[in-house]
Write a protein that binds this ligand. Sequence first.
Ligand code: VG1
Ligand code: CO
Length: 542
Amino acid sequence: MSKTTIATKPIDGQKPGTSGLRQQTAVFMQPGYLENFVQSLFDVIDPAGKTLTLGGDGRYFNTEAIGTILRMAAANGVARVVVGQGGILSTPAASAVIRTRKTDGGIILSASHNPGGKDGDFGIKYNIPAGGPAPEAITSAIHERTTTISEYHILEEAAPDIAALGEATLGDMVVEVIDPVEIYAELMQSLFDFGAIRELFASGFTMRFDAMHAVTGPYATKIIEGLLGAPEGTVMNAVPLPDFGGGHPDPNPTYARPLMDLMMSDDAPDFGAASDGDGDRNMIVGRGAYVTPSDSLAVLAANAHLAPGYADGLAGVARSMPTSRAADRVALKLGIGAHETPTGWKFFGTLLDAGLATLCGEESAGTGSNHVREKDGLWAVLLWLNILAVRKQPVAEILKEHWAEFGRDYYSRHDYEGVDKPAAEALMADLRAGLAGLTGRKVAGLTVREADDFAYTDPVDGSQAKSQGIRVFFEEDARAVFRLSGTGTVGATLRLYVEQFEADPAQHHRDPQEALAAVISAADELAGIAARTGRPAPDVIT
Ligand code: VG1
Ligand code: CO
């Protein structure tokens, strides 16, 4: 074995954001970029003698990056790497592998919902042995290390072929290639009533799952068409492509337009769903009925006991701050805890580990449970299918009944993508500076009750997170939240989250944009979004 040590210099900006380090692919492909980050990670976690899980979502540069990481892992004394066949693992599957195989954490290569390809984005993140994304203490330590790094270690030998299942060696390290779908499919079968869902499909229930040419294709095909017996063709865009077929693999009404159009048409199937680049997000849509992710979390919380894995009830629910309060209302009725965390799945880990929450969710189409420590797109789809198999009602009817029982939280997110960074930062700074004077102010017919900059203290480990988004609460049971994205790679993305509660079932049929018109105007008046960004309208509305 010939281990070489290569001299290197710190590279600016290797700071993980909401979910790992993301950059344009071309930046990641610069000599030393990936190597510096991986060596910094190894310097922090000291991987000698350990076993790691490794896999990515298959986007452009995945194969080369896997090869480099394997050679660096061997040179840094890693004992064994469990890698998905062909270097591919969905994010939730990677979490499942870390937990099931009890590996000492893992490395996931993905920029998730960001576009891929040569001109797209690439990303890397480290997950801890519990299976979840590293908490901020670790990501900051890695970033800190990238600012002083002077060398990295790598083996000269080429990495072994990982196209076939089995074991190979690289230096003293074992490379174990596993089936990327098997462990995950087994876990799903332990949670859901596959017999009941099979009967649902056998009875003529129809579905379309849009894998968006991303990593979930093989998982969905094996589980939905294979194990659950849905007809061939139920899974569309099932073949993962390095550039996701040129699309933006984010399952929302804008980027999953063909599926949305189908679901709103006369020949809509009973149920539609989609997932993102790395398979941790989900979109749920019934015939003629889009389910906003915040509502999906609430409906799942209210009905989870119908699936065998959750038959004993939930310990609690957790949601990210910008997610609507719909899930809190369910928790209140069930008499279980409701937790509010900053944006990003890494904040749910301690709550799940401590048994304070069973279900977690984010408004960005992330939903998951304590079965892994990542959000899980296909899991959410299967839980919906299990509920539909038991309740035997259309999605629209389930939603309507849910709102009648709990009230409806009208909700929408407006994204202004790739806007001028200084302008976006100034907008946030001015809002922050003006917080003290907002209470009592009247805007667009609403009155500000309270406003703050969201800060969080983790109830389990006491860690703190500050400046997680500006919240403006109105007397009229409405809220506007402003924050800047931590996953984008170009300019800044401003996210405006608006919601308003409506208790009266006679008012539950409205178009969300129209029902939220006053909150949207108030937000623009408070922040001057259109004027400062030069954008008359958002790029994406969810
Ligand atoms: C976005 C979402 C956040 C999610 C994160 C990672 O972050 O808002 O809820 O956890 O993406 O999702 P931001 O900082 O851009 O708002 V994924 O599927 O890209 O890992
Ligand atoms: Co994702």
